[in-house]
Ligand binder design. Structure first.
Ligand SMILES: CC(=O)N[C@H](C=O)[C@@H](O)[C@H](O)[C@H](O)CO
Ligand SMILES: CC(=O)C(=O)O
Length: 412
């Protein structure tokens, strides 16, 4: 698993140990529009005269440099630069710039590529099942300081995103982004919904809030029956927020949509210029392995089964998104460090603890309710009960979870 550059350009001690992570130093910190494509910009973004320096009515003296400077400054405003054709991001950049939502929006290409561990956050609720945003600041600090987690995935499965109203989802997105500012590297907002229109609204909102990216699950009542149908659904949502990176969230166990991801990825950037990667929550390591093998240079491939992460790392996962990183992030970071050093015996020991925990939780009936109770037990942050249709984790189960956490020394 590779780790990526911090926005500041500095690296944390663990990240420095990862050779593939260091390669990412070269990751673009700015998006590039090539000179030939500058003429496709709207007139307001173009210099008032030809960039070639030819004399025109608007540019009687043929002032080439002055015009270039003006254009450069305009591009800087949207977080981009002008550069050579090689390595340019023209399609993405032009889409973002030409979008009606583009004013004052920074560019789609992430400042730093998403990798390493991403915690799928729980949604804090009061005992009355209302959203409780008051503990989100404390939650972010806990993730960063205690678990060494710098990326979050908001309003997903763990967060019961699908059971929340659009207004609640917007409020949560705003609060997580606000609290994560200058503390977290990436805040990805899940905007999937049964209604594509609702998804689009959420995507537009996430972009306005400066989310690091959006993710979308497949619709799951009326299901897309083909790669083409799924691509159209994703394209529709992505095009509503052309200024931010887009991730497909593959979770067939929940959506019932098990179309092969490797087939979906083939040529997807032509349909979705902001396509950035996949959050792959399935134990189909054949499909995942093929995705990595064919697309790792183009896309970010995040694995989502915490109990199988070590296998996914061996296959070349870019990172991982999971619920247990909320409270076993530091344990899992240690596993990654061992794996990166090539010490697979120690890495396996750590994966075994995680498997032991998830295995024993599964025997208890491990769902978001039990998971949420575990996070409350480990972190001390009151996260409250889940929402219906999920039932609260009862006291007896909580006692068993606590005992397991202690036996495995996850909680001391
Ligand atoms: C269904 C679900 O919530 N999957 C999570 C992420 O996608 C995982 O983090 C699991 O909770 C974890 O792997 C335990 O099975
Ligand atoms: C685990 C995860 O990624 C989610 O809760 O959506």
């Amino acid at each position: 698993m590779s780790r990526c550059a911090q926005p500041s350009g500095r690296y944390s001690p663990t990240q420095l140990r990862f050779p593939r992570f260091r390669q990412n130093q070269n990751y673009k910190t700015q998006s590039t529009l090539c000179w030939p494509c500058t003429h496709l910009l709207p007139p307001s973004l173009r210099p008032p005269c030809s960039i070639s320096g030819h004399r025109t009515r608007e540019n009687p003296k043929g002032q080439r440099r002055k015009c270039r400077m003006k254009l450069k400054m305009k591009m800087q405003k949207i977080g981009a630069r002008i550069g050579p054709k090689k390595g340019c991001d023209c399609p993405k950049l032009l889409l973002a710039v030409l979008s009606p939502l583009s004013h004052n929006v920074k560019m789609a290409i992430p400042m730093n590529k998403l990798c390493g561990l991403v915690a799928a956050t729980f949604t804090p609720m009061t005992q009355e099942n209302e959203i409780n945003i008051s503990v989100i600041g404390q939650y972010v600090d806990y993730l960063v300081k205690v678990q060494g987690i710098k990326n979050i995935f908001v309003n997903g499965t763990t967060a019961e995103g699908i059971s929340l109203t659009v207004e609640e989802r917007k409020l949560l997105a705003e609060e997580w982004i606000k609290q994560g500012k200058d503390k977290l590297n990436h805040v990805i907002i899940h905007v999937g919904s049964l209604s594509i229109e609702e998804s689009k609204q959420l995507a537009i909102h996430a972009a306005k809030c400066n989310a690091s990216g959006i993710a979308v699950i497949s619709p799951f009542f009326f299901k897309p029956q083909s790669i083409e149908a799924l691509t159209e659904c994703l394209q529709e949502v992505a095009s509503a927020a052309p200024s931010i990176p887009f991730y497909y969230y593959h979770i067939p166990e929940f959506t019932g949509v098990s179309l092969n991801v490797v087939e979906l990825l083939d040529g997807i950037e032509k349909r979705i210029p902001t396509f950035q990667g996949v959050k792959f929550t399935s134990s189909d390591l054949l499909d995942f392995g093929q995705c990595v093998h064919k697309f790792k240079d183009r896309f970010t491939l995040l694995y989502g089964k915490d109990e199988l992460l070590l296998s996914a790392i061996v296959l070349g996962a870019s990172g991982a998104v999971g619920s247990t990183y909320n409270y076993m992030g530091s344990l899992c970071n240690k596993m990654l460090t061992y794996a990166e050093r090539g010490d697979y015996d120690s890495a396996r020991e750590h994966q075994a603890v995680i498997q032991e925990f998830i295995g024993s939780m599964s025997r208890l009936g491990f769902g978001v309710a039990e998971n949420k109770a575990t996070m409350t037990l480990v972190s001390g942050i009151p996260l409250g009960p889940p929402r219906l249709p999920l039932l609260k984790c009862n006291e007896e189960k909580q006692a068993k979870i606590l005992a397991t956490l202690k036996t495995l020394r996850i909680l001391t």
